[in-house]
Design a protein around this ligand. Sequence first.
Ligand code: NAD
Ligand code: DAU
Length: 363
Amino acid sequence: MTESAGPRFERLLVTGGAGFIGSCFVRDLLARRDGRRITVLDKLTYAGNPANLAPVEADPEQAARFRFVVGDIADPAAVGLLVAEADAVVNFAAESHVDRSILDPEAFLRTDVLGVHVLLEACRIERERARKGERTAAPRLLQVSTDEVYGSVETGASVEDDRLEPRSPYSAAKAAGELLVNSYFVTYGVDVVTTRGSNTYGPYHYPEKLIPLFVTNAIDDQQLPLYGDGLQRRDWLYVSDHAGAIEHVLEHGEPGGVYNVPGEAERANREVVTALLERLGKPWSLVRSVADRPGHDRRYAMDGSRLAALGWRNRTTFEDGLAATIDWYVANEAWWRPIKSGEFQDYYRRQYEARLAGSREAS
Ligand code: NAD
Ligand code: DAU
């Protein structure tokens, strides 16, 4: 189907749509006012926040095409009913933070593996119903995955057919989810597509990840805990580009296809921190060199040729995206201050107290 013929999928089930990237996908898609309808299914874990969808709720035309259901993707009853009504499922739901997966791996297996299995089973049942003529078409499932499934990439850039070599409980769970997705394509013919996105940043990002943590800490003149030598490299992708690429793959991806979504902005962590301090007008002396993350992947890098051949181009440079992100956090303290004063405090102590006590000024 071509762009001018309109979107292929009218009724979307977006799981994890109250999180960082999922909520951007929902906001951007509904703001296009093309008639599509979205149901969000979200468990509202610590990372899920209905405030991320406030712009949708505040707009009557968008709100009329939007429904929010609190629930777990690992719950077959809740999932079955919603998948039965959907033309496509876009699965953002996950435990997503590597450091938390090192502290408490189990939740990652439940959501990122078993939850994916529940979604796949529901799609398999709906495919069978379509085959019997009980619905017009089988649903498509888009699994949102990550460049971390390739493991640490010392040189060059990962292509989609490379071996998966995940090294953290988080990335191992995401890789397991992907393998299940592929198995349902091969074995049952379920219509699936998978995206592997790189490190994403932007507004509404829960302040546990590098950029939002360091920006919000720096605003308050708090210490910035830089792991190890800070020379680890990540490829930074602006959130609306990531969401846009996912929508593009949903519409145009080959059944069973896997697509890298690189940010085309590889930077060492130190470079990122230098840039954000510069924009905020804060000193490097806030940065503390702390004990490294166990099993820390040194570098991620992906080749984006397959996605480019499908017709997708990112729109935001790292410099513009970082500036917009920092300015958003400066202007939206009412969004992040309540988050940092709740459950976050316990997590922060567990993750950083001993590290910061044993830290030194970063060179
Ligand atoms: P996030 O942690 O901000 O949001 C995850 C959302 O999923 C939250 O709203 C949470 O409440 C919900 N959720 C968690 N468990 C659930 C469950 N069992 N049932 C229903 N909802 C549940 O995550 P994010 O950064 O927006 O990442 C979204 C997806 O993109 C994840 O699958 C992640 O692995 C992937 N990804 C993230 C990045 C990144 O840099 N943030 C990069 C590549 C891929
Ligand atoms: O690459 C995609 C992945 O990017 C996603 O799949 C994950 O969901 C997402 O969390 C992110 O994982 P990272 O581990 O790369 O992101 P994080 O922001 O946690 O860390 C980025 C880099 O910064 C990494 O090298 C670790 C470092 N870091 C991070 C934190 C939180 C620090 O030095 N200090 C910190 O306090």
